[in-house]
Design a protein around this ligand. Structure first.
Ligand SMILES: C[S@@+](CC[C@H](N)C(=O)[O-])C[C@H]1O[C@@H](n2cnc3c(N)ncnc32)[C@H](O)[C@@H]1O
Length: 260
């Protein structure tokens, strides 16, 4: 009998792969410290204790965080994407832009909801932000997910979108804008999103920080709507992550529509 091969699965990559690798290294050091402590290789007064004790706690915290980031990248984020896209009502004929699309997570999810509409993804393909981050990986996922007839991928910077004013019905951006480290440049990117949206068009920005700043910039640009922290609070994993990172990572979203 012929063995049936598994259908290919889209791979949306691991977010912040260098940070995940570093956390795994700290985790490994923490485990080594824990084993050597339990084996009685260093005592309470030993010079190793100064380093070993904090390594055990930070190693366990880093291990939990790295584990969550890998799980979330491989499984959780596809599920979360659907929940986020459900927040918008879809007609099917929208022109959609995904800013910082990476390997196409939101762009492809949106394209699946389109009939006559089209989805465009732009990115600058930064390797440190996403594993395997290159247009070829995105196009592989587009083929696997069967949306090649509705999707276009371009190399472009969020701070200078190569599109006319009012050319999109929906603009999405997930886990991308916080990678612009300069606050005024992040604001420029949000203003660019506002510029390319049609009046009545909708925006959904999901990110790990700066959400109030995005909401403020959008309001200045004539948007209704605001930061919605409710989902962050409802998600136990995200709440834990906020505590573990001392508030550095606060997953949330901003949703709104362009009123003028
Ligand atoms: C963590 S990945 C998220 C990718 C995808 N949106 C997702 O949710 O899986 C962040 C993405 O933002 C992109 N990015 C960072 N700065 C950008 C900029 N100034 N313009 C466009 N894309 C940018 C990175 O190259 C990367 O693909």
């Amino acid at each position: 009998m012929l063995a049936m091969s598994e259908p290919a699965r889209a791979d949306y990559g691991v977010d912040a792969p260098i940070a995940v690798r570093n956390m795994l290294i700290v985790c490994a050091l923490g485990i080594i410290s824990l084993i050597t402590r339990v084996a009685g290789l260093w005592g309470k007064e030993s010079p190793f204790a100064m380093l070993g004790r904090p390594l055990i706690s930070s190693g366990l915290a880093c291990g939990a965080m790295a584990g969550w980031m890998i799980w979330s990248s491989k499984f959780g984020k596809v599920r979360e994407r659907e929940a986020y896209l459900d927040l918008l009502e879809w007609r099917g004929d929208e022109r959609v832009l995904d800013v910082g699309c990476g390997r196409g997570l939101f762009m492809i999810g949106a394209a699946k909801r389109l009939t006559t509409g089209r989805a465009v993804g732009i990115d600058i393909w930064q390797a440190e932000d996403l594993s395997g981050n290159k247009p070829e990986s995105t196009l592989d996922n587009v083929m696997i997910e069967g949306v090649a007839d509705r999707v276009e991928v371009q190399t472009a910077d969020a701070r200078k979108l190569p599109f006319d004013d009012a050319s999109f019905d929906v603009v999405l951006s997930s886990a991308a804008l916080h990678n612009i480290y300069n606050a005024s440049e992040r604001q420029t990117a949000v203003r660019e999103i506002a510029r390319v949206l049609k009046v009545g068009g909708r925006v959904l920005i999901v990110d790990v920080r700066h959400l109030s700043q995005y909401a403020l910039t959008l309001r200045d640009a004539g948007f209704n709507g605001e930061e919605d922290a409710a989902r962050t609070v409802q998600n136990i994993g995200w709440s834990l992550l906020k505590i573990l990172t001392f508030g550095l990572v606060q997953i949330g979203h901003v949703i709104g529509s362009k009123a003028r």
